[in-house]
Every structure is written in C-alpha cells, then in structure tokens.
Design a protein around this ligand. Structure first.
Ligand code: BDP
Length: 331
C-alpha cells in the first residue's frame, strides 16, 4: 500500500509540469487595431499572429483585438505599449511622431510623387533607418514593419474645390501637431482627440465639418455618408506601422523576438496586396453611392503645396539633406 502511494506521488509529480505549463508554456500577447475585421491592416495583423504562433511552435499566441475595442484612439495604445501594458499595436505613423519626432520627415505634406516613390523610400535605408529610430530614440517602442495606407485627402460636408474653400473648416486630424499646422496653413482649424471610429458621429453632430483620410477608411467608417465631398489633394502619404512594446519583447526569449521580427516583415507584402484591392473597391463603392469627388487642376494643387513651406522650414530644419535624398529616390 505504501509503495503504491509513493508511486502515485511520483506519477503526479511527473505530470505537474504539464499542468503548470512547464515546457509547453504559452505566452498570450495582445495586439490592438482600430480597424474592423476584413480591413487590410486587420488581415495583416491576423496573418502576423498566425505566422508567429506557427514558427514559435505555439510558445507565443497573439490575440488581435480589432475595431478599436481595446484602444479607440491610437495614442492610448502607443502609451500602453510604452509601459508594457500592451504587446503590439498596428497604428498610423502620424501619432507615433509625437513620441519619435523624426518620423514626421517621412510623412511631410506633398513629399512623395506617388505610392511607388513612398515604397522605394520606406524599403530603402532611409525608411528602415526610421523604423530603427523608433527604438533608438528611447521611446520604449519597437517598429516592426510598415504597411500601406495610400494617400490622405480631405472630405467635408460642403464642397472644397480650391484652397480658399478650406477657410474656417473644422477638420478632424490624427494626434500630430504638424498636421494641425498643415490645416491651419490651409485656412482651416485642426481638431484632434477624436478616434477614427468616432469621426462619423462628430460630423453628424456638427462638432467638425470634415476630416481627412484614404479611400478605405472613408468607406469603412461610413464617413462618406455624412461628409460626401472628397477632394483629391493627396496631402499626405502616411504609412502604417506595426509596433511592439520594448518592455514586452525584453521579457521574451531573444530567439522568439527574432521570429516575431521576421514574421512582421513577411506580412508587409501581403498587406500591400490587400491594400490595393481595398483601395479600388472602396473608391468604387463610395462613388457609386453618390460621393462627389473633386479633382484639382495642377495650378490649384500647387496652391495647396505652396502653403506648406513653413512646415518644411520648421519640421524639416536639420533634415534638409534627408528630404532632398527622399525627393531624389527613384529619379
Ligand atoms: C487610418 C489609419 C488608422 C488611423 C486613422 C485615423 O489606418 O491607423 O487611426 O487613419 O485617421 O487611415 O485616425
């Protein structure tokens, strides 16, 4: 009887590591995303999660919270990453620049000729250097990769057909002071602090006269139903960034951190592919539902661009050579 009890104890002890996790222990990490299911960035986040789980053989599981259910405002998710309360967030580079000012350089108004130009820059040493700068700056954030977000344009409740029509308009912006100045220079008033999922109701309630974004967000958030005038000024191309918390990464096995970095990079091409599809379908959908699209003449567009000179002087100070280099990429 005694012998049996000892054997039983040994058997239970051997099984303990299995119950307690032991060698098969899994870390569950969270990723915050403001976009809905099916949006290109959400699809890329999910692909990232799948790859990481597969390649770490289940040691790391990433749960994607879409639709802004965790943090409706990206600044909230960025700050949570900094203190290690959140592991990952897919955000726009725009609010990140409040913590890593150099990032403003790759999103200066009217910087790129087109999307190809932007991608050549982001995939070059310039873009990769900026991604590294996120961590090197001591922000507590780690930049994993860029995603596409096309070009941003203004959309309003009243038509904007030339720069003078921007006068006095209250335009919702991401949390970025450079963008606030951009709208001021165009004669409008920039409003920050409204999450992308709340723009629709802010327009509906008259708190703002419009906002600015790309086709997919304009369509996906339903903003086109309340602000049906879309002017193709393409003022910025702001890439998306998949961010990690430096503190959370430091708590993982370094080999797993390498896997995470490699998986993130691999999802970039997939997101760009999904982006192109969604950009085309979103434009088609909103225009078929009555959105009035204004195309500017070259002269009218030049007026928008010329107003940006003070931004280049203020935010570009000390980066003149880099800006010149960016402009020359692909020429
Ligand atoms: C969208 C970005 C999203 C931003 C949003 C915004 O994909 O990350 O939160 O713009 O304007 O284009 O806040």
């Amino acid at each position: 009887m005694k012998k049996f009890a000892v054997l039983l104890l040994v058997a239970v002890a051997m099984m303990l590591p299995v119950f307690a996790g032991g060698a098969g222990e899994q870390r569950v990490l969270t990723l915050s995303e403001v976009h809905a299911e099916g949006y290109p960035t959400t699809l890329a986040d999910q692909r990232f999660a799948e790859l990481v789980e597969e390649r770490t053989e289940g040691r790391i599981k990433i749960q994607v919270y879409s639709g802004g259910t965790l943090y409706g405002e990206e600044t909230g998710s960025i700050e949570a990453l900094q203190i290690g309360d959140l592991a990952f967030a897919r955000v726009s580079a725009s609010p990140v620049a409040s913590y890593v000012p150099a990032l403003n350089i790759i999103q200066l108004p009217y910087l790129y000729r087109d999307g190809d130009h932007m991608w050549q820059v982001l995939n070059s040493e310039i873009g990769q250097g900026m991604l590294e700068e996120i961590q090197a700056s001591g922000s507590g954030l780690v930049g994993l990769c860029y995603y596409d977000a096309g070009a941003r344009n203004f959309y309003t409740t009243k038509p904007v057909t030339c720069v003078d029509d921007m006068a006095g308009l209250k335009i919702r912006l991401q949390n970025n002071q450079m963008m606030v100045q951009m709208v001021q220079l165009l004669g409008g008033n920039g409003v920050t602090g409204i999450g992308p999922n709340d723009v629709y109701s802010a327009i509906q309630q008259g708190t703002i006269d419009g906002a600015e974004n790309n086709w997919p967000t304009y369509e996906s958030m339903g903003d086109y139903q309340v602000a049906p005038y879309f002017v193709l000024d393409g003022h910025t191309r702001v890439p998306e960034i998949l961010l990690a918390s430096e503190e959370v990464l430091a708590s993982l096995d370094p080999a797993d951190v390498e896997i995470i970095k490699e998986c993130a990079k691999e999802t970039q091409a997939y997101e760009i592919e999904q982006w192109a599809l969604r950009e085309a379908s979103a434009e088609e959908k909103v225009t078929s539902e009555g959105v009035v699209v204004t195309e500017l003449t070259a002269e009218q567009l030049a007026e928008f661009q010329e107003r940006m000179q003070p931004i280049y002087e203020q935010y570009g100070a000390g980066y003149e050579d880099l800006i010149e280099q960016i402009r020359n990429v692909g020429l």
